[in-house]
Every structure is written in structure tokens, then in C-alpha cells.
Ligand binder design. Sequence first.
Ligand code: RP5
Length: 184
Amino acid sequence: MSADQPQPGKDRRPLVGIVMGSDSDLPVMEKTAEVLRKFDVPFEMTVASAHRTPARAAEFAATARERGVRVIIAGAGHAAHLAGAMAAHSTLPVIGVPIDSSAFQGFDALLSTVQMPPGIPVATVAVGKPGATNAGILAVQILAVGDPDLARRLEAHRKEMAAGVEEKARNHNAGRRGCVPAGY
Ligand code: RP5
């Protein structure tokens, strides 16, 4: 898991750069990777800490554009300054994932990530795994602005989700899985 190593079996340049504050964040940030794999978007993934390895974090952001990266996704917990550090060192869009690794279950990371000063934005998603999933989808949506094929796959994804809800409603109405049928 390094920005320097190409993904196994892929020789494409990364369009998304995923960075996390610690390898302990991986179970959350893997959700982002799952989304990007589903949409066949090439990405790189590495660990860099705004506090423990500030120079490495700054270099990751400052060199991202020349590696081909179009969107940076940064996940961190505690006093989470990683997404902000990415935004400080790059004009690429930055999505921040607050990670629920602290005693405050991510509330500290949420505030640290979302409360950026005017001029240096971070698009902050929900805390933890749901946020990591949405970070991946949001990155795909940003890339899809200039990629009609990706936009079509996003539409298909929405339809798939809706079909899943319809299926759950059918199960519910049939009284399956302990559900009490509704009147419609
Ligand atoms: C943050 O501290 C990381 O993003 C992680 O969520 C948290 C704990 O890191 P480790 O002590 O597990 O390395 O910087």
C-alpha cells in the first residue's frame, strides 16, 4: 500500500489518491477503495500523517497532480488535520473522511476536517465507513463531470440501489424476515 507502487495488475495512472493517517484507518478507507474498484477508477492508496510525517503528507499532496491524480481523499481520526494539509498543498479537490478512531468516536475528527478556513475547502463526508463509501462515490461524480461513460455507470449504480430498496419493500410486504406487512 504505497503511492510509489502501482496497483497489482494495473499499469494505469491513478485518478484518485487515497491517503490515511495510519494503517489502523484501513478498515474504514477500504470502503472507498471498494467503490473505486466497482467503477473501475484507478487509484493509489498510502499512509501519511499530518502530524507524525508532515513532510511526507505535504509531498503526497504537492506531487499528486503530476502523478495524474484528479481527486484526493484523506481519512484521519483524532485531531484530524490530514485533509486540511492535503488542501493546503494542492489545488485538486480534496474530500475528507473523519475517522471514528478516538474516544470521541470521530466527533473530534469531524470538526477538525470540516471547519476549514475560507479559501482552503475540504469536502467533508460523514464519519466512518458510510463517509468512506460516499467519498468514493463523490470522487467518481467529480470525475464523471468530464466522462460520459462514468456518468452512465453512476446512473446504473443509482438504479441498482433503488432496485435493492424495492426488493426489501417486497420482502417486507410479504411478511418475510420478521416484517409486519404495510398496507401498500
Ligand atoms: C490518527 O490517529 C490516524 O488517522 C488514526 O485514526 C489515529 C490513530 O492512529 P494509530 O495510533 O492507530 O496509528 O492520526
